[in-house]
Design a protein around this ligand. Structure first.
Ligand code: PLP
Length: 369
């Protein structure tokens, strides 16, 4: 990243040599992702964040649909999407879009049979998160895309489009939109140890979207504004590193989360894992949501923080708000259980000693009268 902060500081939109150096770096980064996503170079758009991508995917698809269709458009999003999808869906609802929030079962898996019934000829888009950020459940996107494809054939045309927020999945599984049956897919740099401030949208067909931001026509006309070259270069490098180490990461992080649960069990403390158990192949290993019956998550979080252990309740942005987790709510957990649940994340930098220290801290706090 460093050369693009200093020496090759040009604007990729400029025709002079400095600009062209920056453009070459941008092209190279796009190529890296086109290899991983097994797609065309021109199907990848860089933006500032996954939040922006999710806004663009939903709003952009609805706006484009409205250009060529009449009547009330409909979108379907799962009830356990990240706020960037849910809040965009709520905004669209205010703007006259019918919105259906797809329920999930107790493990956080989308109710596919309900989806099939809800898709109508007015349905513009279905958005289902690939790996959930609070409980780690992976959705069966291929099965969902088969249903969507069936409906498309029945209606004759491009709709509904299928979007997935794969931000939490890429670290642990290949995300190839063509194989998953996706038209739109979101990835974010800082969820794969890259710098903050870069993300991408995969779009099967750019003509199916209207931009969110208008201006100089960067990113094939769909996302104007000078590209953040250092962050994009770092994003592509992070993707290369994660992809090269994926199997090793899965094994290491699975072992860490299993060690954590094993140690908790050995301490004889009462706890329940929310969602799928560790080791299940329908979940990612890096996120563990645990209920400590009778304990207050808010009080635990404060005490853990004071003792140097960073955990959360809900997603990062929600953890500062006292609202209960809507993800656990959608999975049918009681209010009492939700208020006693914490989310632990296991990152690539963590070593077994951290787990041992973490459990000691946790025990000290849990065993306090
Ligand atoms: N989607 C999911 C599943 C996430 O976990 C996050 C990050 O918290 C986002 C989207 C938002 O990503 P960004 O911070 O790049 O906007």
């Amino acid at each position: 990243m460093l050369p693009y902060f200093e020496l090759a500081y040009g604007n990729p939109g400029s025709l002079h040599f400095l600009g062209q150096e920056a453009m070459a770096a941008l092209d190279k980064s796009r190529e890296v992702f086109s290899r991983f996503l097994k797609c065309d170079f021109r199907q990848i758009l860089f933006t500032s964040s996954a939040t922006e991508v999710n806004n663009l995917a939903l709003k952009g698809a609805v706006d484009k649909w409205r250009e060529n269709n009449s009547g009330k458009p409909k979108i379907i999003v799962s009830g356990i999407e990240h706020e960037s999808v849910l809040e965009t869906a709520r905004y669209l609802e205010k703007k006259g879009v019918e919105t259906f929030y797809l329920p999930v079962n107790k493990d956080g898996e989308a109710e596919i049979s309900v989806l099939e019934k809800e898709i109508t000829p007015q349905t513009v888009l279905v958005s289902i998160i690939y790996a959930n950020n609070e409980v780690g459940t992976l959705q069966n996107l291929t099965a969902i895309s088969e249903i969507i494809n069936g409906k498309r054939k029945e209606f004759g045309g491009d709709y509904p489009l299928f979007h997935s927020d794969a931000v939490q999945a890429f670290q642990f599984t290949e995300c190839v939109p063509g194989e998953l049956g996706l038209d739109l897919m979101t990835l974010s740099s800082h969820k794969i140890y890259g710098p903050k401030g870069a993300a991408l949208l995969y779009a099967r067909d750019l003509n199916l979207l209207e931009p969110l931001i208008y201006g100089g026509g960067q990113e094939f006309g769909l996302r104007s504004g000078t590209e953040n070259i250092p962050a994009i270069v770092g994003f592509a490098k992070a993707a290369e590193l994660v992809a090269a180490e994926r199997q090793e990461l899965i094994e290491r992080i699975s072992a860490l989360s299993e060690l954590f649960v094993e140690k908790l069990s050995r301490e004889g403390v009462k706890f329940e894992i929310n969602g799928l158990p560790l080791g299940n192949n329908k979940r990612i290993p890096g996120i563990l949501n645990v209920c400590f019956p009778g304990k207050s998550a808010e009080e635990l979080l404060t005490a853990l923080d004071l003792n140097g252990l960073a955990a959360s309740a809900g997603s990062a942005c929600r953890s500062r708000s006292p609202e209960p987790s809507y993800v656990l709510e959608a999975m049918g957990l009681s209010g009492e259980k939700i208020k006693s649940s914490l989310r632990f994340s296991f990152g690539a930098q963590i070593v077994p000693k951290d787990i041992e220290d973490g459990v000691i801290i946790l025990m000290k706090i849990l065993k306090k009268p």
